[in-house]
Write a protein that binds this ligand. Structure first.
Ligand SMILES: *[C@@H]1O[C@H](CO)[C@@H](O)[C@H](O)[C@H]1NC(C)=O
Ligand SMILES: *[C@@H]1O[C@H](CO)[C@@H](O)[C@H](O)[C@H]1NC(C)=O
Length: 403
């Protein structure tokens, strides 16, 4: 019996991680939708903005719309020999007639090294035509990220004056984003700092897929103070989001945070590829098991999920799931974890006839009534079976809608 038993959603369940940076609790999201919107109503609106507590905006998209699909992409700066650490994450609705909505961009970048508090300002950033390789980690600026080629300009804007920079700068700007090269992000959105706050941008001229799209090209961060040199780079890849409840046997001094750190180390996954939603952590009534929501993200989300399940079943992972070509992993890296799925009788107790009610209670926040409690001191209840299997219905609908 594996921990996948409760539920696994595949990435098309769109979830925008808003400016607060917290992974929005998808349960809250669904509840908000149910309360406020006809989620499975007409196809009229394909993007739904949901204001979450704390003022952040969540966009739930692609669930109902027959005429559009959501595309997600990420440029992940996790090369240990690279010059930036973090990610640039992008989401966009693309319609089947080829037209597209704005692209939401989240930028979170700092200098590499655990305790590196260096802060550099005014970096230009661009999309270049080709993916990068080992050149992302070379020391000298002339050859760093050189495989990327030149800035992506599929509409061949301004080709009549290819070297007239003044002309281009008069033409392209935040007010006239369609006159910019597609790859000229700083031209439309301004520069970014590395090592400071996170950014959220909305870009009207950044197709993620299709013939003009930026998928599988390279994201370039230029040198500070509007420099031309290529400072850091990473490839733009599809970004999946697999959401899964895990049930883990509680070890002494268990915390979800150290659990996640241990698994990330074995899997080689940065935190923007593997994250727990700490708001969902709850303990079984007998204190033997812990359950919470985990997001597997990035281009290898599916493989991460498989390897994660293998590790919790006692397996060994000789090499990390996330690795970089040309970079060898630490030979002292652990290859297994001391955690196990909460199996056997207790799991049947939890997952069997109680699961509907547990889910319902987790969904509604009505935790007093159930075997799972946030503080671990709860008592179990006897009224599990009386509730309608609402969640099953919900999941069924979702599954049907997604395929
Ligand atoms: C900060 O990073 C830049 C770019 O890598 C480097 O040139 C500079 O020396 C660093 N400053 C400090 C204080 O480490
Ligand atoms: C950097 O971006 C700004 C616009 O934000 C632009 O004016 C400037 O020319 C760019 N610098 C280079 C070297 O491209």
């Amino acid at each position: 019996m594996t921990s996948t038993k409760l539920v696994t959603w595949r990435g098309s369940m769109a979830l925008w991680r808003a400016s607060t940076g917290s992974v929005v609790n998808i349960m809250t999201l669904i509840c908000s939708c149910l309360a406020q919107l006809p989620l499975w109503g007409g196809p009229s609106s394909s993007t739904r903005n949901i204001r979450m507590p704390g003022g952040s905006v969540a966009v739930l998209a692609g669930v109902t719309s027959p005429e559009a699909r959501q595309v997600s992409a990420i440029a992940s700066f996790h090369n240990p020999q690279g010059y930036a650490w973090g990610y640039i994450r992008m989401r966009q609705l693309i319609y089947f007639d080829g037209s597209f909505d704005e692209t939401f961009i989240e930028v979170s970048l700092r200098h590499p090294g655990t305790n590196n508090r260096n802060l550099t300002r005014r970096h230009n950033w661009s999309v270049y035509v080709n993916p990068v390789g080992v050149d992302a980690g070379v020391k000298f600026f002339q050859s760093r990220c050189v495989a990327a080629g030149y800035r992506w300009n599929p509409y061949l804007i301004h080709l009549a004056f290819p070297n007239d920079r003044d002309y281009y700068e008069r033409e392209c700007g935040p007010e006239v984003p369609l006159r910019c090269d597609v790859g000229d992000l700083s031209g439309r959105l301004g520069t970014i700092d590395v090592g400071d706050k996170r950014y959220v941008f909305v870009d009207r001229n950044l197709p993620l897929s299709g013939p003009h799209g930026i998928m599988n090209r390279a994201m370039i961060i230029h040198r500070e103070n509007a420099g031309v040199e290529r400072f850091a780079c990473a490839n733009i890849r599809p970004d999946d989001d697999i959401i899964k409840w895990v049930i883990v046997r509680k070890t002494p001094k268990f915390t979800a945070t150290t659990f996640m750190e241990d698994l990330r180390e074995v899997l080689g996954a940065p935190e923007w590829y593997l994250a727990a939603d700490l708001q969902t952590v709850s303990f079984s009534a007998d204190q033997q098991c812990v359950t919470f929501v985990i997001h597997f993200m990035g281009p290898q989300a599916g493989q991460l999920e498989l390897d994660f399940s293998r590790l919790l079943a006692g397996g060994i992972l000789p090499s990390p799931t996330i690795s970089i070509r040309g970079v060898y992993s630490d030979p002292k890296r652990p290859t297994k974890v001391p955690y196990r799925t909460c199996g056997g009788l207790e799991e049947d107790d939890i997952l069997g006839d109680k699961s509907d009610a547990s889910w319902w209670n987790v969904l509604t926040g009505n935790l007093d009534d159930v075997g799972y409690t946030g503080d671990g001191s709860g008592s179990s209840s006897s009224s599990f079976m009386s509730r309608p299997s609402f969640l099953h219905l919900l999941l069924l609908l979702l599954t049907v809608t997604l395929h």
